[in-house]
Ligand binder design. Structure first.
Ligand SMILES: [Mn+2]
Length: 337
């Protein structure tokens, strides 16, 4: 096929490569009501792929409800996404006919909505986490996709549902955030081809960039300064880490959603292959984010700790002292190189 023909609407279908996706399109196309859920603590891909699919489905005449498990708080830097479809998890259908789960590698990533999924007649899973073991009635897991938004894009092509500017902006947000602005190693020619179609359909890279990357409350600077001043580098282990606590956030008047980009500053330390940010919640639990430059499979490391993610970006939640959790990671690192 000529290169540019791949951008033509009628050729989108040929870009799809999974049978599961056709089964998913069939189930979604036939449904009257759709219940959509993404992972707790949603990022740009989780929300963007869910809302993009939801808006397209609503435009196609479906009744759509979308949600994510507690805490039900929209991340501040994603507040620009059209969120009319969002309902609190308590208002989510208890036993949906068709539930679509996006960007969640396992049912427990749904929080309390895992119970709704267990009662749903049909569960379609769209995901790209390599740690996804394949749950749901129809499981579409493509670890070569940079974002779940790529799978939604293919799905809309199969369904022949229009990509309106709102849909395009949601899906482009999914691609931009999961690829680190098209710079991470998961970025493929195909990712950029899809992005080109989305921008052509009305996505605004400038709007997405200005909200997601170019603004933070002033308190973020204070928290980042405190966290970075406490950062520790283990040169032998090529490991940099730091801890942020609820007290840091409270003192600066900001929330956890405001520090989503902090790990990107921590990981700048060139001496380290692995960067680890431990976030001590108000209830004492420790939410850990990890990034690798390429030599360490932090996805498998996180999975061994009860979490998940990708080879170079992952996370898990632990009980106990944050400094002890960080020491455990540092001691385990060699096994994953
Ligand atoms: Mn994702």
């Amino acid at each position: 096929m000529p290169f540019f023909a791949r951008f033509e609407r009628e050729n989108w279908k040929t870009m799809s490569n999974t049978e599961g996706l056709e089964a998913a399109a069939d189930a979604i196309g036939k449904a009257g009501d759709l219940a959509l859920a993404c992972h707790v603590g949603p990022d740009g891909d989780a929300l963007g792929s869910m809302l993009g699919l939801g808006i397209a489905a609503q435009n196609a005449g479906k009744t759509v409800r979308a949600s994510f498990g507690s805490p039900f708080v929209m991340p501040p830097n994603l507040g620009f996404l059209p969120s009319d479809l969002l309902v609190p998890p308590g208002d989510f259908p208890a036993a949906p006919d068709l539930m679509v789960v996006l960007d969640a590698g396992s049912p427990d990533r749904l929080g309390e909505l895992a119970a709704n999924a267990s009662k749903a007649a049909t569960v379609v899973v769209l995901d790209h986490h390599i740690t996804n073991e394949g749950f749901g009635t129809i499981s579409v897991v493509d670890a070569t996709a940079a974002a779940t938004g790529e799978l939604v894009f293919d799905l809309l092509g199969l369904l022949d549902w229009p990509i309106t500017p709102d849909v395009a902006n949601c899906l482009h947000t999914a691609l931009v955030t999961d690829t680190g602005r098209f710079l991470y190693s998961n970025t493929t020619q195909r990712t950029l081809q899809i992005a080109a179609v989305l921008v052509g359909a009305g996505a605004s890279p400038t709007q997405i960039g200005s909200h997601v990357y170019e603004r933070s409350p002033f308190g973020y600077l204070k928290v980042a300064a405190a966290a970075l001043s406490r950062a520790e580098l283990d040169v032998d282990a090529r490991f940099v880490s730091t801890i942020v606590t609820q007290a840091d956030l409270t003192a600066a008047g900001i929330d956890w959603g405001d520090i989503d980009n902090l790990i990107d500053t921590l990981r700048l330390a060139e001496e380290a292959d692995v960067a680890t940010l431990a976030k001590v919640q108000a209830d004492g639990r420790v939410r850990v984010s990890m990034r690798s430059r390429g030599d360490t499979d932090v996805g498998s490391l996180a999975a061994a700790m009860g979490g998940g993610g990708h080879r170079l970006a992952s996370g898990f939640t632990a009980e106990g002292d944050a400094a002890v959790v960080i020491r455990q990671i540092r001691e385990a690192i060699e096994e994953y190189r």
